[in-house]
Structure formats: structure tokens, C-alpha cells
Design a protein around this ligand. Structure first.
Ligand SMILES: [Zn+2]
Length: 109
């Protein structure tokens, strides 16, 4: 494989190829809430050892929703929401490179 000499194209290619690994991304933000369950004999009754409640805070059809996530999925969901950030960041960089290339090309017309 011939390496492209343009570092911008090299970076763009690298970012594009990396997008496939982000296909499981999820929207919204990850929220961890602490709460008491209300059972008087539970360890949370002291108000300190509270339970963790995990949620995705997200817009669904334009309306803000807080979706509960089972604790065993929390790590996975957090990663998938993080993927969105990487995706947005990659898209912003790709657009910046393309704009730069476009403006350069425009000048040489
Ligand atoms: Zn409890």
C-alpha cells in the first residue's frame, strides 16, 4: 500500500477507518444517581450507603427522558455514550480538514 504524502489526508483516512468501531454508539449522557430504596432494614437506610441508579439522559422525539439502565449494563452503556463523543470529535476534525482543502482548491481555480 502506498502511503499518502499529505498528512491531512492521512489523518482523515485514519479517522474515517476508526468510525466503524463506533457503530454501537448511543446518544445522550450517562447519569449516576444515588438513592435510598426506602426499605428500613436496608444498608441504605443510614443515608450514606445509597444505591446507584444508572440512567441515560437523552432526547427522545425532542423530549428529555431519563432511561433507567440495569447496573450490569452500566459500564457498557457508559462506553457507548463515550463513543458518540469520539464520533463527534472525529467528524469535527474531518470537516475542518475538508474545509481547509476546499478553500485551498478554490484559490487555485
Ligand atoms: Zn436500600
Amino acid at each position: 500500500m502506498r502511503a499518502p504524502s499529505d498528512p491531512d489526508l492521512e489523518l482523515r483516512g485514519k479517522l474515517i477507518r476508526g468510525l466503524g468501531s463506533l457503530r454501537e454508539m448511543l446518544p445522550g449522557s450517562f447519569v449516576e444517581r444515588k438513592r435510598a430504596c426506602g426499605r428500613p432494614n436496608c444498608h441504605c437506610a443510614d443515608g450514606k450507603n445509597l444505591h446507584s441508579q444508572f440512567q441515560i439522559s437523552v432526547l427522545v422525539d425532542g423530549k428529555p427522558k431519563a432511561l433507567n439502565i440495569p447496573a450490569e449494563l452500566a459500564v457498557k452503556v457508559r462506553e457507548k455514550i463515550e463513543m458518540r463523543r469520539h464520533f463527534d470529535s472525529a467528524a469535527a476534525t474531518i470537516c475542518r480538514l475538508n474545509l481547509k482543502r476546499f478553500l485551498k482548491e478554490k484559490e487555485t481555480r
